[in-house]
Unconditional design. Structure first.
Length: 317
């Protein structure tokens, strides 16, 4: 079984390398996350003919979701996340370790001010940086980040930034002003509000020099001809993390980690945290995309399960 698994890993890795090395395809995405199929979505009162203006549902991987023709409609959320604990979602962090915890602010005394929590275990180990919610409307990402700020670890150092886009999180918005912050990296110290935030985040990651970055996101768009990114791991390079990424993918597909199988995609878009940290800092980076069509409790749990897998893989739990 181990040999078969490793053969699959090598085959999958070869496909990725072929995509990366083909002339003129450096910007192509690995063909692993599904592309949205042609849609034939019907309205509730349909007579059987397609209703383009107000489709009601779409079926993705055997599950049916409310749909507006461009994006899946997110279920209502009534979680009081600030009163909750990691154990409310998963038992992965139930073991309590002696550790040190302290926090500091990025872009202090501005509307984008946000908090990084540093957790240091009693034993030596690696450094991991988790940035959650650079898109403030992707609530399960930064909800999970808030939970991760409360955990304890056995070894190493963990930095958790959440919500990365605190201004957007307050109003459930993807943006900072008129800009998508995840297209503004590495940012500018004297630039726009979004560029200044990205500059602070990028340089904090650079200063902490982690051996792994986790960038927590969510996906909601489902449109013909576009890659569907729900339940996906995105990377811009596998250098330094190939075994872990494929072990994690196999674990999700075996039902050992998340509530649904995850696929993979890449590279991250230009100006994204993932792509910029990978290309400029050469730090292995994974973007975790949960799917906003699922209930938020399920999505937060999946985010936490992936983070726990990585921290356990690194020997920090």
């Amino acid at each position: 079984m181990l040999c078969v698994k490793r053969l699959c890993v090598l085959t999958l890795g070869l496909l990725v390398l072929l995509c990366a090395c083909t002339p003129g395809t450096s910007e192509k995405k690995a063909e692993a996350a599904p592309t949205a199929a042609p849609l034939q979505t019907l309205s509730p009162d349909s007579d059987g003919s397609p209703e383009e203006s107000a489709p009601a549902t779409v079926t993705i991987n055997g599950e049916t979701f409310a749909y507006d023709g461009f994006r899946v409609l997110e279920p209502e959320c009534d979680l009081d996340i600030y009163s909750m604990e990691p154990k409310d979602f998963t038992d992965d962090f139930n073991t309590v370790y002696e550790c040190q915890r302290e926090s500091y602010q990025l872009t202090p005394e501005t509307e984008t001010e946000t908090t990084v929590v540093r957790i240091t275990g009693q034993e030596p180990g690696p450094t991991v940086y988790i940035a959650a919610g650079i898109h403030g409307d992707e609530r399960a990402a930064w909800f999970a980040g808030l939970m991760l700020q409360k955990i304890t670890i056995r070894a190493g150092t963990l930095y958790v930034l959440s919500p990365a886009n605190a201004k957007g999180a307050k109003v459930v918005s993807r943006m900072v002003g008129e800009e998508d912050p995840n297209r503004c990296f590495p940012g500018q110290e004297d630039g726009t509000e979004a560029q200044r935030l990205c500059y602070a985040i990028f340089h904090d990651i650079e200063e902490k020099a982690p051996e792994q970055l986790l960038d927590l996101h969510e996906a909601i768009v489902y449109k013909e001809g576009r890659d569907f990114l729900g339940s996906t791991l995105i990377y811009s390079s596998l250098d330094g993390m190939q075994d872990m990424v494929f072990d994690l993918l196999f674990a999700t597909q075996a039902g050992e980690v998340t509530s649904t199988s995850f696929g993979y995609n890449g590279p991250g878009p230009a100006g994204s945290m993932n792509r910029t940290v990978t290309d400029q800092l050469h730090i292995p980076s994974i973007t975790v995309e949960t799917f906003r069509g699922f209930p938020i409790e399920r999505r937060v749990k999946d985010q936490l399960k992936v983070a726990a897998y990585v921290l356990r893989y690194k020997g920090m739990l």
